[in-house]
Design a protein around this ligand. Sequence first.
Ligand SMILES: [Zn+2]
Length: 200
Amino acid sequence: MKLWKKFITRFTIFELALIALISALGIAAKPVVASLGHVLTAPLLIPGGSVIGGLYMMWIVLGAGLVTKSGAGTLIGLTQGMLIMFLGFFGNHGAFSLVTYALPGVSVDLVLKFMGHRVCCPLCSFLSGAAANITGTFLVSSIFFNLPWIALFLCLSVSMLSGGLGGILAYLILKKLRKVNIGTLNYNQENKKNGGDIYK
Ligand SMILES: [Zn+2]
């Protein structure tokens, strides 16, 4: 619990509000995106999530880029999992939703941390979205679909591409927002003191 407190107090109230907003928007958009995905993928007999999943992951990458602190992706994933679980919403897998939603968020945080980037260029945006969607698809397909390995491989390749494109979409949105100084990368020592990353 102490660790959680230390983790959560790194975020300002504004950042937590942003995280909640992004999480809720992602969930609200989900039924539309999901039914579209189902129409596209039902004839192919593969989990629709792998193709359209990139659009879910877009929100995590967007949030990670807006908040600019490690852990933001994880928090968005956790919040979305909790929303899904408590609302009994579309695509609810019960308590397991927490894991299938939180872990893609962890992937985004890990990729950005490892690269030392913050949704600042197409490459890190693509890779973080791809990692998130591969994680999500792998979790869902290994537990809810008993796919032969070749189909799983196909699914994971598709989800990499879809997640990557979702990441790029997040990057393009952020680029527009940063032009009007929202989620700007011009961070300073003040932000560093508050636990954020600094950029030149
Ligand atoms: Zn970058």
